[in-house]
Design a protein around this ligand. Sequence first.
Ligand code: MRU
Length: 352
Amino acid sequence: MRNEHVKTIEWTGGVVRLVDQTRLPGELVFKDVTDHRQLAESIRRLEVRGAPAIGVAGAMGVALAAAKSDADSLDELRSDVRAAAELLISTRPTAVNLRWAIERSLRVAGDESIRDRDELGRRLVDEALSICEEDRELSRRIGRNGAVLLSDGDGVLTHCNAGGLATAEYGTALAVIYAAVEEGKRVHVYADETRPLLQGARLTTWEMMQHGIDVTLLCDSAAASAMARGWVNEVIVGADRIARNGDVANKIGTFPLALAAHRHGIPFYVAAPYSTLDPSLPDGTTIPIEERSSDEITTIGGFRVAPVGVKVFNPAFDVTPAELVTAIITDVGVFRPPYGPSLLAKNRPSGA
Ligand code: MRU
């Protein structure tokens, strides 16, 4: 396996440099973003996407807002920062990592020991850099914690893109695959194309091929057939938000995959940072589900495939009930049912 992993998002001297994921797999283009409004638009357009990566982007956006603000006083700067935070949080409602990272930055901004504008700006950059660096490190831990669940020769089916491109680097679901391959296991990846925006077809296959990992692309609707043929030993997906009872919000199409895995007796694993857990939600029914533009379904690559004016239902995420989730692989360990008590911080499993 080739070991270099692309840096999805970086802070370079007052500029946020991100891989423009709308251009992949055609070309690997880095885009420099200098303003938090432009960054909010990049998040909305999925130039940067994936729950952990948009968390990092959100914190960097808050730092950008402080750097570019022309506020005269510390109080004014704090209010500019709060307004930027609100805008950034509003871009994508489902992934809790975005809110989590921005709230971390806001706590820093509220620190009363900060004396002046420059200090506040520096502290926000430092916080964004820490969130980014922590994400790189915890992705490796997710990989190591999950790799033990894979055996040599396994076929692993995944959905959407929960790889390096969805995090600061390395990934969550794909981190488990990278780590297993680094341990010398042979793994064959089955990548769902992931309608409607094709993150699986465009990004997961690209990532796997960049690293020389065997990958087969299939339509989302072919997943159950691949399982029925005995090709799939595990399903591993990422998560945008996990409720206290273990219900998991992830890219639309994850829930039917879990149902199909259950029918075939195949383990269904979710890999995510522990910060993807939202302890304020008892179950998945209240997870906000982002609904996106109808154009994403009525057109493909700019070409209209459905009649003008047709009614459209286009949720970006679904919720998989905890009872279908075999285990949740995190940076702090692997959680198994019953998730309710085990997911609470004080009962974290050991072995992280
Ligand atoms: O709409 P996207 O591309 O941001 O959706 C991404 C997913 O659903 C991922 O599976 C999830 O964010 C986890 S990424 C490590």
